[in-house]
Design a protein around this ligand. Structure first.
Ligand SMILES: [Cu+2]
Length: 307
């Protein structure tokens, strides 16, 4: 059992609009996001696509395809203005790619018809991380096949730090995804392949998927994030599955885009949010999707704050 606990102690992040606004992107227009100038640095990442068994929760074995033998794939963490090169090696049986959100790239680096690695191939894609924030990267080689590699596990987080963002004591990277029951090799209590539609995917909840946080389901196995009172805590939440989710944290609140005070945000497939707070609430707090069947299906975890 690969235990979670991707409480990542990284350096800082985002705050769109709080930074230098000398150049606006072509697609942003007035009031658009800040585009950061080149740092002159190139950062290179190696991603290998392979097929493996992934234990989503004890006894729940998923027939996974992932980047670097994990779900999600590794965080790609860079500074705004960096040029990024990704070497994608495909050891799987089908073609796969890496397609990255929000960064600036030419069409040849989109990971759709160009930049796709056939089995046994290695391809290189490159782009400029000119905008700060938290964004998904994922397979885009065959989106006709039930979402392609995304449903198998081919997704991960891109973290782009703004140069002037405050350093957080904790950066909690959260990827929400829905695991297709048909890809489970083993799901306790469920007859894979012959369960009736009303039972398909039932593990504890009665929904058709297992709903996961960083590749794991249920509070005992999903990431256990931790902080101390006084910490600046930053959350980077990415939704990458089949369904619309919300992200709710108990005992806390933050200001969402538009100035709305909230403790629960909406995230559709392929969307993301970055937010933060100064920690002031000791205790063990739940975080979860607020769709009841998703929570029952595993999309829940624990956030512990020490005094
Ligand atoms: Cu949900």
């Amino acid at each position: 059992m690969k235990l979670p606990g991707r409480a990542l102690a990284l350096s800082c992040a985002l705050l769109l609009g709080a930074c230098d606004t000398e150049t606006l992107p072509a697609s942003g227009g007035d009031g658009g996001p800040t585009e950061y100038p080149p740092t002159g640095r190139t950062k290179t990442f190696e991603l290998t696509v392979s097929e493996f068994d992934w234990e989503v929760a004890p006894g729940a074995i998923y027939d996974a395809i992932g980047y670097n033998h994990a779900i999600p794939g590794p965080n790609i963490e860079v500074d705004a203005g960096d040029h990024v090169v990704i070497h994608l090696k495909n050891e799987a049986k089908e073609a796969h790619s890496v397609h990255t959100h929000v960064v600036r790239f030419t069409n040849a680096n989109d990971g759709v018809s160009n930049g796709v690695a056939k089995p046994g191939e290695t391809v290189t894609v490159e782009w400029d991380a000119v905008f700060a924030g938290s964004f998904p990267y994922h397979d885009h080689a065959d989106m006709n096949d039930e979402g392609g590699g995304i449903s198998a596990g081919l997704f991960g987080a891109l973290i782009v730090h703004a140069p002037d963002e405050p350093k957080a004591a904790n950066e909690n990277v959260v990827l929400l995804s829905d695991f297709d029951t048909t890809r489970f090799k083993q799901l306790p209590g469920v007859g894979i392949g012959d369960a009736g539609p009303s039972e398909v995917g039932e593990y504890r909840g009665g929904h058709q998927y297992m709903h996961t946080i960083n590749g794991h389901a249920y509070q005992e196995w999903s990431p256990h994030f931790q902080a101390r009172v006084g910490d600046l805590v930053r959350w980077r939440v990415i939704s990458i599955g089949q369904e619309f989710h919300t992200f709710h944290v108990h005992g806390h609140r933050w200001v969402a885009p538009g100035g709305v005070l909230t403790d629960n945000i909406n995230l559709g497939p392929g969307t993301y949010a970055t937010f933060e707070w100064k920690e002031d609430a000791p205790g063990d707090w739940l975080y979860h999707c607020h769709v009841p069947t998703h929570m029952e299906g595993g999309m829940v975890g624990l956030y512990s704050v020490a005094p």
